[in-house]
Ligand binder design. Sequence first.
Ligand code: COA
Length: 587
Amino acid sequence: MRLLLLTHSFNSLSQRLFGVLRALGHTVSVELDIADAVTEEAVQMFKPDVVLAPFLKRRIPETVWAQTICLVVHPGIPGDRGPSALDWAITRGDAQWGVTVLQAVHEMDAGEVWAWEPFPVRFGATKSSLYRREVTQTAVAAVLRALDRFTHGGLQPAAHDSPRSIGTWNPLMPQAARRIYWPTDSTATILQKIAAADGSPGVLDTLFNLPCRLFDAHPASEQVVAVFSDQEPGSVLARRGPALLRRTLDGAIWIGHVRQEDATPSQPTPAQSPATNALKLAATRVFSAQSAALPEMPVPLMREDGDWDELRYREFGPAGACVGWLDFEFHNGAMSERQCQRLRDALRWVRTRSTQVLVLAGGQEFFSNGIHLHDIEAAQRVASDSAADASMRNINAMDDVALEVITLTDRITVAALHGNAGAGGCFLALAADVVWAHASVVLNPHYKNMGNLYGSEYWTYSLPRRIGEAASRALMQERLPLTASDAVSRRLVDTSFGEGAQDFGEQALERALALAATHNLTQCLAKKQAQREQDEAHKPLADYRAEELQRMHRNFYGFDPSYHVARHHFVYRKPHAWTPRHLASHR
Ligand code: COA
């Protein structure tokens, strides 16, 4: 079939559908939903059998849906309508939710249901986590079923797929419904409110008497709470990494990220969160002066308990066949200079541990998305800093992390991708000997989409050594997302597995333990060390880095401002003005 993906942005769900549908042999093109005239033109040019809308914020024009079947993906059960479907489901505490594929008509989300699939709502998951995992997985199944119905001649949806009365219309969730009442709300209620608003629009609140939106919240451990048991709910108590600790009625929470509210916010349109000039940043960065006065509460890197921090290291298995497991749970997979330095230091310490395998587990949501573009943008506003300088420092810090991994030759290194990876984050994974990915992961192994960035992280060493020169060039030029199975077939990833959210981690640990107990591990490691020495003699890693950074220097400081423009648009989520040509094959 000829399928046109019409979407507000080429987000994780659209990317996944793009990959899955192409793998099934469909001809897929993409048009970003910019204006009705542009959509009409795209349909005329591409002549799709079906227009698929995975993520829309506006109605499809009648000129299009009256001529061509348009199937809209709605992250809600049949009958549910409105722009805050997941927010309401989390807030109500629904145990089951669903994804519906319905036909576009005059009214938004009101057309005939072509297919729908339920999913269990993962307890404690944030909205964006549910969207990236359960919604995406379920949407793929529902879309495939709807398309199957289309190919088998059923222009009419099947009656049993139209239980239209289950859900109802729900408006855009107002901040009033999200509001936290610190003196009376329990920890669980506050976490639920922040989860329902994460990553957008956040919960409007105040910190240090300044209005801001809260994101990225985690419960504090009992030991931490015990230290501050006499404090008032709502008071800010301590700091750890990016986060501030805040007392609740029955405990405390860590707030990792905040966005300060503008002095004069513009009015939101019904389907949008307010436009803002403020960036979502680490709470300790936004309130750096106030945080400096708070006690720091570090935790050991190696710990068995679930006390929250961005980094955690554990060991599994017997001596001689031991697996080290390093989680780096950086919000949104973005790695600032500070976070890279922490990770580099953690890797240096991990080197001293006697293990046979080191698993780099990244975060549950994202493995990594490379340098921290929000943090870099924020440097523009610091008197003695600039975005170019901050970019250079960040990429150097990122390279230091990759270097630690590449030069860790006395054990097998495994990158285990629980979540998606993009740009430098993909190449950080390739610094490891072995790469495993969750079956539903999407990878974006290229840099050019961010204003023609050249990229670093030693990719010019690690990519060709894995897939060869020609395939590396093709991958970088295509600039397309790869599903996990695409990535395996292109030898970027060694294997993909896992069904649910937990399954991948459990299987990855089993596989890592088996690797650590391999009978010929000594020979494998000797081979690895010899290969590294040979590679170093052929061309030192320092040369790869210097060459890459020379190109990056041009991206950051050169006369072509593309990277700075692209980053600015990305962090402020500016609407797209055109569809990139590598996606819009009909153009
Ligand atoms: N720096 C800072 N924030 C980042 C980031 C980065 N490198 N990559 C992603 N994010 C943030 C987004 O701003 C967004 O924030 P939100 O909390 O306000 O929603 C969140 O992570 C999710 O990103 P989104 O683009 O919505 O996710 P996606 O799954 O649809 O797309 C990518 C994934 C990787 C394609 C996309 O995020 C991307 O292009 N990231 C930039 C990668 C990059 O160029 N890195 C720099 C060069 S190394």
